[in-house]
Ligand binder design. Structure first.
Ligand code: IMP
Ligand code: MG
Length: 188
């Protein structure tokens, strides 16, 4: 499986520097307020852990798990909630923390769903975005890195549940991606 890794796209020190910048920007924007960080499991866990520890505003953490049906590397837009929030986010300032925006379909569904719960505010912070893959308009206030249309792994992002624990972001070899292209039901 290790030979499925192609090349490093974002080094660990670059991730850490950018997460620090995002944390400073978010801390300034939310000064004097309390935040609820909503982490989308599982891909965003390392990003959430690093980001949250660098925020200077008080924040609560909550988690959602959703599954998207489609192939392993392509989402279909049909989203199902596997684990909902524990908290009531009504009147709270909510920031969704996501690993990567690809088509945008998952976050489009999630923002609609969370907005219906009447938070005081709702924004998105995504570590990565692939603008060329977008199939739906999505307003994402905080973005770590724009990347090209390549399947990436590491720092929380998986390929068939592998490689999440790499401390850098790497691209996946095309033949490895093709191997799983037809498998169903990936856990985001
Ligand atoms: P979207 O609904 O197409 O925007 O897909 C979003 C989800 O697909 C992300 O939260 C990831 O879990 C997964 N995903 C999209 N692109 C990649 C990738 O390059 N590597 C790993 N997971 C990805
Ligand atoms: Mg995933």
């Amino acid at each position: 499986m290790k030979d499925a890794i192609d090349q490093t796209l974002i080094r660990g020190d670059e991730l850490s520097k950018r997460v620090g910048e995002l944390a400073r920007e978010i801390s300034a924007d939310y000064a004097g307020r309390e935040l609820v960080l909503v982490c989308v499991l599982k891909g965003a866990v390392f990003f959430l852990a690093d980001l949250a520890r660098r925020l200077t505003v008080p924040c609560a953490l909550d988690f959602m798990a959703v599954s998207s049906y489609g192939s392993a590397t392509d989402s279909s837009g049909t989203v199902r909630i596997l684990k909902d929030l524990d908290m009531d986010i009504g009147d709270k300032h909510v920031l969704i923390v996501e690993d990567i925006i690809d088509s945008g379909l998952t976050l489009s569904y999630l923002t609609k769903n969370l907005r219906a719960r009447k938070p005081a505010s709702l924004e998105i912070c995504a570590l990565l975005t692939k603008p060329s893959r977008r199939r739906i308009h999505l307003a994402c206030k905080y973005v770590g890195f724009e990347i090209p249309d390549e399947f990436v792994i590491g720092y929380g992002l998986d390929f068939a549940e592998r490689f999440r624990t790499l401390d850098y972001i790497a691209t996946l070899k095309a033949d490895a991606a093709a191997d799983l292209a037809d498998s169903e039901g990936s856990l985001l």
